[in-house]
Design a protein around this ligand. Structure first.
Ligand SMILES: O=S(=O)(O)O[C@H]1C[C@H](O)[C@@H](O)[C@@H]1CO
Length: 615
């Protein structure tokens, strides 16, 4: 195929073109959010049930139960672990097995804390010490430290650190808190908000997992859409994601039954999202609850004001003036006096399910109120398919599309955006992924056929980045042990990542998006080869991205002649996927080539190549 491209005509590529979509769908607690202790504060559980004790077990002669504390540590955290030795000697206590395991990694400094009290302290105070540490399930102690205490009926918070000196290949490890029963006898004590963090990204307290953050940073992501996705909405308005329940200190956060059927601790709350997004150099695309819930109901028009006010307060938390705005003052007190960078607000999620209420009043009620309050922000309307732009008033200037389909759709869709009007409307492909094979078979992980088909579609994002301002694969992350949606861009275990073939496609397009799209000859839709050419003005490098579903060669003139080029190719046999047992079945490889006035490049079928030449 001959490719010729201009070195002058084209259009700018927005820095937000490629980014990340996130919601807690087996991906926040126990995933991106670095807390290692599962069920750390017994949030939203029913005391006295075995479910309330999820992840907790006794150690030695002791009994534990979750109780509604007679004197809760806070109104948000009414429950506590009630612990009592059932012997008067020996080491006794309790353990937590983490989120499907706890990694023990040499050199890691772990940072922990817990609240404790003695509901009925003995007349003569007892002083002793707790031992906290990490151990194998068979009792080998890898690291530990001691925390002195004196019995008191009021809550105390202990803080501690310990460092692992060895790396355990198994993650089947336990956090343990023990005491010598001989020192306290059969004394009942209460504990809650028992927390243990590994090192976090940018060393942030209450922060994010380092390896996941670094894998995402390597994608050079331009934006981060949060907090959902379905997890924004909940099954009822009472179960929505309500920003105010996710800020202030952890003892003030009640947690919530998330949309995906498990309790969200909300330790990853609005502040942590915004701080991490800033640390990662991304732009937030922040969603606000817009009155639609996943039971199919919409908040009535005359009851919407509560949620409009909540959205205004959520935005003020992020960008308000801390000296005059109460919500911004919370942000400042949490450690960020200056406003966060924020440009994009998404009104709801997939409101096409409720197109009448969104079209009739919810969109306009929110946009009218929010743009009056924050005229400088851009408001994104939601819908789903790439069908027709919804009839909304005021007419949206940004529109979020979602599409999940098979390889043929994405290969045939390479020109879907070429035909859309240039009338000021900017498109956000907020969610997309190959979720089934052409046969209709489901996918446990992305496979090379689907990932390369996504690449064909993404050459369309490059070419149409004058009207596509953002695009993100979804879902981004999932635990390998608790999965509700497949495939996902990255799967994780407690100490490893599975970077999918689609992860590498997303990374190659994002890292080589350049900042200027160069007009080139194009192929026809559903052709076996599609390409796009972009340039990075700062380094004057050209990036030629080529999707190949069949073996073919490329013939491209380079002006001015360039001597050498470097390339990256992702290719594999049909059906190949990266899995927990074969995490690197298909990874990109680099190569170099000599350029001249033209490049002749032969590529195998089922491949994505990026050729880089310096002009
Ligand atoms: O069942 S769906 O509506 O397709 O769920 C999808 C769309 C929704 O925005 C997101 O939360 C979810 C998976 O990414």
């Amino acid at each position: 195929f001959d490719v010729t491209f201009s070195t002058t005509s084209g259009h700018k590529v927005p820095s937000t073109l490629y980014g990340l979509m996130f919601e807690d769908i087996n991906s926040g607690d126990g995933g991106l959010y670095a807390e290692l202790i599962q069920n750390r504060a017994f949030q939203q559980v029913t005391p006295g049930t075995s479910a309330a004790l999820t992840a907790w077990a006794t150690l030695g002669s002791a009994s534990i139960a979750v109780v509604k504390s007679s004197s809760p540590v806070s109104t948000a955290l009414p429950n506590a672990l009630s612990f009592k030795p059932t012997a008067t000697s020996g080491t006794v206590g309790f353990t937590n097995d983490g989120y499907f395991g706890i990694p023990v990694t040499a050199g890691w400094k772990y940072t922990g804390s817990f609240f404790y009290r003695t509901p009925t302290p003995p007349a003569t105070k007892i002083s002793s010490s707790f031992t906290v540490g990490l151990r194998s399930t068979s009792g080998t102690v890898f690291t530990s430290t001691t925390v002195p205490f004196t019995t008191s009926s009021s809550w105390q918070q202990a803080t501690f650190t310990f460092t692992a000196s060895s790396t355990q290949t198994s993650v089947t490890n336990l956090f343990a808190l023990t005491v010598n029963a001989a020192t306290i006898g059969e004394l009942t004590m209460e504990f809650t908000l028992i927390s243990l963090f590994p090192p976090t990204f940018n060393n942030r307290a209450n922060g994010m997992r380092v390896d996941i953050s670094e894998a995402l940073l390597a994608m050079d992501p331009g934006f981060f859409r949060f907090p959902g996705g379905n997890n924004l909405e909940g099954q009822t308005p009472a179960q929505r994601w309500a920003w105010e329940s996710t800020v202030n200190s952890l003892v003030d956060r009640p947690g919530r039954l998330g949309t995906w059927g498990y309790i969200n601790t909300d330790g990853l709350g609005l502040y942590e999202y915004l701080q991490w997004i800033e640390d990662m150099g991304m732009e937030p695309i922040m969603a606000v609850f817009a009155g639609y819930t996943l039971n199919g109901a919409s908040v009535a028009q005359n009851s919407l004001q509560t949620y409009i006010t909540e959205a205004i307060n959520q935005i003020n938390f992020a960008i308000g003036d801390a000296s005059s705005n109460p919500q911004a003052a919370i942000r400042s007190a949490m450690g960020h006096p200056e406003p966060f960078d924020l440009t994009y607000i998404e009104i709801g999620n997939e409101d096409f399910f409720s197109s009448t209420t969104y079209t009739n009043y919810r969109w306009s009620a929110f946009v009218d109120a929010l743009s009056a309050e924050f005229p400088q922000l851009h408001y994104i309307s939601t819908s789903a398919t790439s069908g027709s732009v919804p009839k909304l008033t005021p007419a949206p200037t940004y529109w979020d599309l979602h599409i999940y389909s098979n390889p043929n759709f994405f290969i045939n869709g390479a020109f879907n955006f070429d035909i859309l009007p240039r009338n000021g409307l900017q498109f956000f492909q907020g969610e997309y992924a190959t979720t089934t094979q052409n046969s209709g078979a489901t996918l446990a992980y992305p496979f090379i056929d689907g990932s390369i088909a996504e690449a064909a579609y993404m050459t369309g994002f490059d070419r149409n980045s004058d009207i596509v301002f953002a695009a993100s694969y979804a879902p981004l992350l999932s635990s390998v042990s608790s999965i509700q949606w497949t495939p996902d861009l990255i799967n994780f275990s407690p100490n490893s990542l599975i970077l999918s073939t689609s992860y590498y496609v997303q990374k190659l397009f994002s890292v080589y998006k350049g900042d200027f799209y160069l007009t080139s000859t194009t192929n026809t839709a559903s052709s076996p080869v599609q390409w796009s050419v972009t340039r990075d003005t700062a380094t004057s490098q050209y990036f030629l991205k080529r999707y190949h579903s069949e073996h073919c060669s490329l013939h491209a003139p380079i002006h001015p002649a360039s001597t050498a080029g470097t390339g990256t190719i992702l290719t594999a046999a049909p059906g190949t996927m990266n899995t927990p047992t074969k995490p690197t079945a298909a990874v990109p490889s680099n190569f170099s080539f000599t350029a001249g006035k033209t490049i002749t490049y032969n590529a195998p079928g089922l491949s994505l190549s990026v050729l880089v030449v310096v002009s």
